[in-house]
Ligand binder design. Structure first.
Ligand SMILES: O=C(O)CCC(=O)C(=O)O
Length: 255
């Protein structure tokens, strides 16, 4: 259960860092399983997509291994191992504390920022991708599997930016922009803070919070696992957002 001061911090700043929410063995299981999918030792669940980094796709970089080629795995709702993250009682409890009970998951990702590529993600607001409202009944969860720091390309956030409107987005004028990495217009004008995290730490953030991530300047992977939750009270224009093929009711979220 979150304390009142943690909930106030989330409401005022637009994000909350919960340290050590997961154990090392849980993270290892998800990480090993992710690697086994990339290395073709486990199969892709229905709808799962492995994304290659754009510099690898353009052959500007020759990856040292298949793991060095992949920047994310999307849509793991139908994978019981990885979806165990979304249904983890500790994660669900924090999400309930922030947006209320009866949750649905919207988006799922394992992020695998590899070395030797640009890999930056410009500042953006996730609400751009969601049809349901209100925004304050949606929350993102992003858990570090490996150390996320300024060297490996941790998340950067613009505190309190969730108090403003949904802004216009465009592709940044960089040479190598990964698929659909839209950023807010004039993204370099915003003052952001780096959120350095140890494995198991989890950042919860509001869908209007401006956030992005820098380049991985190390030879390690910066790996994380992430989802978004929305309350069943959210509504959307027809068709109902809950009828989307990737949306799932989160077991155990009624409590
Ligand atoms: O993991 C990252 O580098 C960026 C993730 C992100 O921006 C997002 O989940 O919206």
């Amino acid at each position: 259960m979150l304390s009142d001061s943690q909930i106030i911090q989330y409401r005022e700043q637009g994000y909350l860092l919960v340290e050590s929410l997961f154990e090392q063995d849980e993270l290892q299981r998800w990480s090993d399983y992710f690697e086994s999918i990339v290395n073709n030792q486990s199969s892709l669940a229905r709808g799962m997509v492995l994304m290659r980094d754009v510099m690898v796709a353009k052959k500007k970089v020759t990856p040292k291994s298949e793991l060095h080629a992949v920047n994310k795995l999307m849509n793991f709702e139908d994978d019981p191992v990885l979806y165990g993250y979304v249904e983890h009682p500790k994660l669900v409890q924090v999400a309930i504390d922030l947006v209320g009970p009866d949750l649905y998951s919207l988006v799922t990702n394992v992020f695998n920022k590899p070395p030797d590529v640009d890999g930056r993600h410009p500042l953006h607001q996730d609400l751009r991708y969601f049809r349901m409202r209100p925004a304050n009944q949606i929350v993102a969860a992003w858990t570090a599997i490996s150390p996320a720091n300024k060297d490996t390309g941790c998340l950067d956030v613009v505190p309190k930016s969730h108090l403003g409107p949904l802004l216009s987005h465009e592709l940044p004028a960089w040479d190598d922009v990964n698929f659909a990495f839209f950023g807010v217009k004039n993204h370099s004008n915003y003052q952001h803070v780096a959120i350095e995290m140890q494995p198991g730490d989890t950042l919860f953030f509001h869908p209007l919070l401006l956030h992005g991530s820098g380049r991985n300047q190390t030879q390690d992977f910066r790996r994380s696992i992430s989802t978004h939750f929305a309350s069943s009270r959210c509504i959307s224009p027809a068709p109902d957002w809950k009828s989307n093929d990737r949306v799932r009711s989160v077991r155990g979220s009624q409590s």
